[in-house]
Design a protein around this ligand. Structure first.
Ligand code: PMP
Length: 445
């Protein structure tokens, strides 16, 4: 492990200033905006990423103990097995007038891993696959209204929930998403409920008898399902003839070989995978029961780039390695070590934190009114110690217990600084730039 941090992240910051003039919003993904982590200081761009290490444009190398490509690189960066399969596919030609046979192989594998599913369609990103899934579900039921919980991407069907009522998504994962550009005619077509609140879902169903065609949710994320909750949602969907969609874009291929729903004992009608299934290569899959999936033929769903070969081959290689190497067990071990380490470091430094999330999708938060400044200070201090670090950590197969141990030594030092800042009440003054931003907002400079 060669951590090599110079003082400066100048080149990345300069490029990002240029980007904001050319690319509305600066990046293609909200969660990769430098302002989300450390405004004016975050390295912003990478030149190389391998294993757990990322090198920025200024030649600094960091160990990534943060988001690992926002959850996409579950095996680690530039995984040799996945990349060998991808390179072979590129050498053999990644696109042609004929189809890639691996599409069928991958469909078989996904259905083998999820025996309730019979058919598969592909896309190349999570939000796009969710749009596809909702279209199929609406086409199957011929009903427009979607009841949903949580975050599901940038699609019109989803942002429609915010039309005419700014706070409709409050308490969901992404409050305040702006629905500008989403047709006002979609108002009332997506109705939110909170996870574990069967009463809210029941209220939506009662208020729209015969109109709810789709129920969309993550089977589990932050909260553990209350006893009977998922079973009751399943029973309600069946009772009213709605398609139950489990969004496994983030939870899939993290806790087990496939969707987390396999551990929870409740099967949906459709499940959607994206991030972890292809270790960072663009790939997404919508799997489902034949009766529902057949509706994909009664509507028009078709796109050229969905047929390329790299994503499909990367998914096959990723999933096979995930199974072969028992990656889910590894992720849970690394995540559990991280949870324990954060708690120990916080107790040692006398800072109050909470921890939450699945062991393969970990999170901590400072319990203090100045939390945003403290979290920003955490990222700043950790960057100087050679880490990309945030209040979330998404473990990968490339992370070893030795990485966690070294990271925890850095966390202990950082938490001591944070304890000083809390005592002195000067966290914001210790920052070399502004406090990190959260959620959706318009970039103005
Ligand atoms: N659904 C869930 C549950 C997600 O976590 C995300 C991404 N954070 C998406 C959908 C959207 O996926 P993508 O960013 O690949 O469009």
């Amino acid at each position: 492990m060669s951590v090599n941090v110079k003082a400066s992240t100048t080149k990345g910051q300069e490029l990002y200033r240029r980007a904001k003039k050319r690319i509305p919003g600066g990046t293609q993904l909200l969660s990769k905006r430098p302002e989300m982590f450390l405004p004016d200081q975050w390295p912003s761009y990478f030149s190389r990423a391998r294993g757990v290490e990322v090198t920025d444009l200024d030649g600094n190398s960091y160990v990534d103990m943060s988001m690992m490509a926002i959850g996409a690189c579950v095996l680690g960066y530039a995984d040799p097995d996945v990349d060998a399969a991808v390179k072979a596919a590129i050498d053999a030609g990644s696109a042609s007038t004929l189809n890639a046979p691996e599409e069928v192989e991958l469909a078989d594998l996904l259905c083998e891993l999820h025996p309730w599913a019979d058919m598969v369609r592909y896309a190349r990103s999570g939000g796009e696959a969710m749009m596809l899934a909702v279209r199929i579900a609406r086409a199957h039921t011929r009903r427009d209204i979607v009841a949903f919980s949580g975050y599901h991407g940038w699609g019109d069907w989803y942002l429609a929930a915010n039309l005419g009522d700014d706070s409709a998504l409050d308490g969901q994962l992404m409050p305040g998403l702006d629905p500008a550009g989403v047709p006002r005619g979609l108002k009332g077509s997506a109705l939110p409920f909170h996870y574990n609140r069967l009463d809210q879902l029941q209220g939506i169903v009662d208020g729209h008898r015969g109109e709810i065609g789709v129920i969309v949710m993550e089977p589990q994320r932050g909260e553990t399902p209350a006893p009977g909750f998922l079973e009751s949602v399943r029973a309600l969907a069946t009772e009213i003839g709605a398609v139950l969609i489990f969004d496994e874009v983030t939870t899939g291929f993290r806790m087990t070989d496939g969707g987390i729903h396999k551990l929870l004992g409740v099967d949906p009608d459709i499940a959607v995978f994206a991030k972890s299934m292809a270790n960072g290569y663009p790939m997404a899959a919508v799997i489902g029961r034949a009766e529902v999936m057949e509706a994909a033929q009664s509507t028009f769903i078709s796109s050229t780039n969905w047929t390329e070969r790299v994503g499909t081959v990367a998914a096959l290689a990723t999933i096979r390695k995930f199974r072969r190497e028992r990656v889910a067990e590894h992720l849970k071990t690394i995540g559990t070590l991280t949870f324990d380490g954060w708690k120990r470091a916080a107790a040692g430094a006398r800072v109050t934190i909470h921890t939450e999330g699945l062991p393969s999708l970990t999170h901590f938060g400072f319990e203090h009114p100045d939390e945003p400044a403290l979290t920003t200070l955490f990222t700043q201090e950790m960057l100087e110690r050679g880490y990309l670090a945030y209040n979330q950590f998404k473990p990968s197969f490339a992370h070893q217990p030795t990485h966690v141990a070294a990271y925890m030594t850095a966390v202990e030092g950082t938490f001591a600084t944070i304890a000083d800042a809390v005592r002195a009440g000067d966290a914001a003054a210790r920052l070399k730039g502004p406090v990190a931003r959260r959620g959706f907002y318009r970039l103005t400079s």
